[in-house]
Write a protein that binds this ligand. Structure first.
Ligand code: RIB
Ligand code: CA
Length: 310
């Protein structure tokens, strides 16, 4: 069976880094492009992290292009308190030798989708600024994508504010453009990703994967422990896993509208599961045991391949 091709637009970021690892490790997936956006940390740091992860993990052939450093209209937000100032927590990787593509991330997204219509999935795990800019520059991308999956939003509470999840809160105007574009958005929000918690038991399974587990995977997955859950949600990994293991997710269609004017609610994904005009597919339940068996199995593959090659 032909591999599932994807572009990953991301803001690495602890969980973005783990999502990149899964996209690289699973042979059922083919990472065809990585684009970066300012979000968890500055664009300079998210891009440096993507380049260093590319060489450290061995997907050197995949182009990386830098995108928007700031939101469309608002001042930049960040999540340095969660990811650390550099963006990968306590992890420090060797400096990358190779640099970014000369083209902007938006151009790389458009070109990649235009050159292979209907065959490449677009996955966004950071603020949606690059996606919104791509839609404005080339609206046809809604027809060219095989599917469009985001980690973002929530149909209950937020994490950046009581109302808004960080990726949407960081650029509500971009999210408004994205959800109104006319395609179906697979919205993997906090209600789902809070079922994918790296508890200490899971972290111990990560450390059993060998040097990659000890040196990279477990440190990325345990840097910021949420006192409410006793672990760290690997939010962005869920967005990549959805492409290869959709059976692990139970989803409902909904209409999602983005609040952009609320003083206390800006960035809220107002989710109507009763709408007759749905624009989103919202995974609500995760088979967590199956998720971890899958993800840890693929990470073990990467760890084993790496120990052989080093
Ligand atoms: O709210 C979680 C999301 O915000 C994740 O994508 C995480 O990486 C941060 O970007
Ligand atoms: Ca992210």
């Amino acid at each position: 069976m032909a591999p599932i091709k994807l572009i990953l637009d991301c803001d690495p970021g602890l969980d973005d880094a783990l999502a990149l690892l899964l996209a690289h490790a699973d042979e059922a997936l083919e990472l065809v492009a990585v684009t970066t956006v300012g979000g968890n940390v500055t664009l300079e740091n998210t891009t440096r992290n993507a380049l260093e992860l590319r060489e450290y993990l061995g997907f050197d052939h995949v182009p990386v292009a830098a995108g928007a450093s700031v939101p469309l209209l608002r001042a930049a937000e960040n999540a340095e308190h969660v990811h650390g100032k550099e963006g990968l927590g306590s992890v420090r990787l060797p400096a990358a030798v190779n640099t970014v593509e000369s083209i902007h991330a938006v151009e790389l997204i458009i070109q990649t989708l235009r050159d292979a219509p209907g065959t490449v999935h677009l996955v966004a795990t950071g603020p949606l600024t690059n996606i919104a800019l791509a839609l404005k520059k080339e609206p046809k991308i809604i027809d060219w994508v095989a599917s469009f999956v985001i980690m973002g939003g929530s149909f209950t509470r937020g994490n950046a504010t009581p109302a808004a999840e960080f990726n949407i809160f960081a650029d509500p105007e971009a999210a408004e453009i994205v959800f109104a574009a006319g395609w179906e958005v697979v919205m993997i929000g906090l209600d789902l990703t809070h079922q994918a918690i790296a508890t200490e038991e899971i972290a111990e399974r990560m450390r059993q994967l060998g040097p990659l587990g000890v040196d990279l995977i477990a440190p990325l997955a345990t840097f910021w422990i949420d006192p409410k859950t006793g672990g760290q949600a690997v939010h962005d990994v869920c967005a990549v896993a959805y492409l290869t293991r959709p059976e692990l997710f139970e989803s409902k269609r909904a209409r999602v509208e983005i609040e952009t004017s609320g003083t206390f609610t800006a960035g809220m994904t107002v989710t109507d599961f009763d709408s007759s005009t749905p624009n989103a597919l919202v995974p609500v339940t995760l088979d967590a045991a199956g998720f971890w068996d899958y993800v840890l199995g693929e990470w073990h593959r990467a760890a084993s391949a790496r120990s052989v090659s080093v």
